[in-house]
Ligand binder design. Structure first.
Ligand SMILES: Cc1ncc(COP(=O)(O)O)c(C=O)c1O
Length: 414
């Protein structure tokens, strides 16, 4: 199958070479290609990232921030260079980047540190119907302790966060708005400028869950004007076990530690302990050194290609797949036409798990289930969807394989 000319007429050129060759995870033992369409869950890793982590774990390995020997000093420089790399990638300042285990931990950090310190009974937090559980449950946990109320913004018909509704819901009692920048189920993209304006107008902070945005669009937190931004490295072609919280420096400065241990202190006595300034205050214990270096390498990989080129490439694939699925009268498509990198759908009379299992026999990997977004499933009136999500290595052969697999599933189910 070739990509239709209309779909190919994207505003930016698609990647100029076959990037799949950079990803050993896409090659099956018999030399065939794995049609991996689950990048929104976790992205495959390019060889450059694998090599960087192997070097960091092997020839370059040492601890950071503690050693008086040269190797440790060099590793400390590399670890802090990774922080600068993240900062420059998303438009923040180096001292505003806190390394976390991932987006989930970053949101929990904000909830437990900022939330516990700032939220009082009667305060409100606005979430949306499409949030990942990572941006729901941390707020429910803090709700138990602080007595805040949680409001849920509905969606538009095509599955975007309904900012008209949000505007009507927001009051001065709202202290935080926490929205996904891009939905992990529907691919819908938030109008961040408007969300920032609305949140700030009532005095609320805006937290953006950038897990699905960072791998597929240029992000500049300073230009966006948000207050907190979180993402996970493993969705950005980097390692698992690391992610980042960006927060305005004045917010971080006022936030108490949420975990105690080594590296986050200034002076410890049994009478009193004082804490290091941010970001160290929020990084208790030996950090994810190898993973931080892997993340910096992933950012290098993505920036060498250009995030905008990746976005353009994925936009073509999304349009192609949506157009192909729309031709079938047994498929319901979820999400907006201009979804970012992600296509969710249901095949009439076939549970997404059955579809996913049959596709697996055809070497096609999709995600089937609730995608850690059960409130969204309830809203859509389904228990699960099938989700195909793209990355820089995806191409029209993946779409062809998926379509053939859907056709085979249809025949099996009659
Ligand atoms: C939108 C969104 N938010 C949060 C998360 C949680 O990320 P992690 O499990 O890497 O912490 C995910 C992962 O699927 C996601 O897609």
């Amino acid at each position: 199958m070739s990509i239709p000319a209309s779909a190919a007429a994207a505003t930016l050129p698609a990647p100029s070479r076959d990037f799949s060759a950079d990803f050993p995870g896409l090659r099956l033992p018999d030399g065939g290609r794995w049609h991996y369409l689950d990048t929104a869950a976790t992205a495959m890793k390019p060889q450059a990232v694998i090599d960087a982590t192997v070097r960091a774990m092997g020839a370059d390995y040492a601890t950071v921030h503690r050693g008086v020997y040269a190797r440790s000093a060099e590793m400390t420089l590399a670890y802090e260079a990774a922080r600068r790399r993240v900062a420059s990638f998303i438009g923040g300042e180096e001292h505003e980047i806190v390394f976390t285990r991932g987006a989930t931990e970053a949101i929990n950090l904000v909830a437990q540190s900022w939330g516990r310190g700032q939220l009082r009974p009667g305060d409100r937090v606005l979430l949306s119907q499409l949030e990942h559980h990572s941006n729901i449950v941390p707020w429910q946990l803090i709700q138990r302790e602080t007595g805040i109320a949680i409001d849920v913004c509905p969606l538009t018909r095509d599955g975007c966060i309904d900012l008209d509704a949000a505007e009507a819901m927001l009051t001065p009692a709202h202290k935080l708005v926490a929205f996904a920048h891009v939905s992990n189920v529907l691919g819908s993209v938030l109008d961040v400028r408007r969300a920032v304006h609305m949140a700030h107008r009532v005095g609320a902070k805006l937290l953006l869950d950038g897990c699905q945005a960072v791998p597929r669009m240029a992000v500049d937190v300073a230009a966006l004007g948000c207050d907190f931004y979180v993402f996970s490295a493993h969705k950005l072609y980097g390692p698992t076990g690391i992610g980042a919280l960006w927060a305005r420096s004045e917010l971080l400065a006022g936030m108490p530690p949420w975990q105690g241990g080594g590296a986050m202190i200034d002076r410890v006595t049994f009478a009193k302990t004082t804490f290091a300034p941010p970001p160290a205050r929020f990084e208790a214990g030996t950090p994810a050194i190898i993973e931080a270096i892997g993340l910096a390498s992933a950012i290098d990989y993505v920036e060498n290609i250009g995030v905008s080129r990746i976005a353009a490439h994925e936009a073509v694939l999304v349009r192609t797949l949506r157009d192909e699925l729309r031709r079938r009268n047994d498929v319901t498509l979820h999400g907006p036409e201009d979804a970012s990198g992600i296509v969710s759908f249901t095949l009439e009379g076939v549970h997404p798990h059955d579809l996913g299992t049959i596709l697996d026999e055809d070497r096609v990997a999709i995600r089937a289930g609730h995608h850690c977004a059960q409130p969204l499933m309830d809203y859509l009136g389904v228990t699960a969807t099938a989700r195909a999500s793209f990355g820089v290595y995806s191409d029209d052969s993946d779409i062809s394989a998926l379509l053939r697999g859907i056709e085979r599933t249809r025949r099996i189910f009659g």
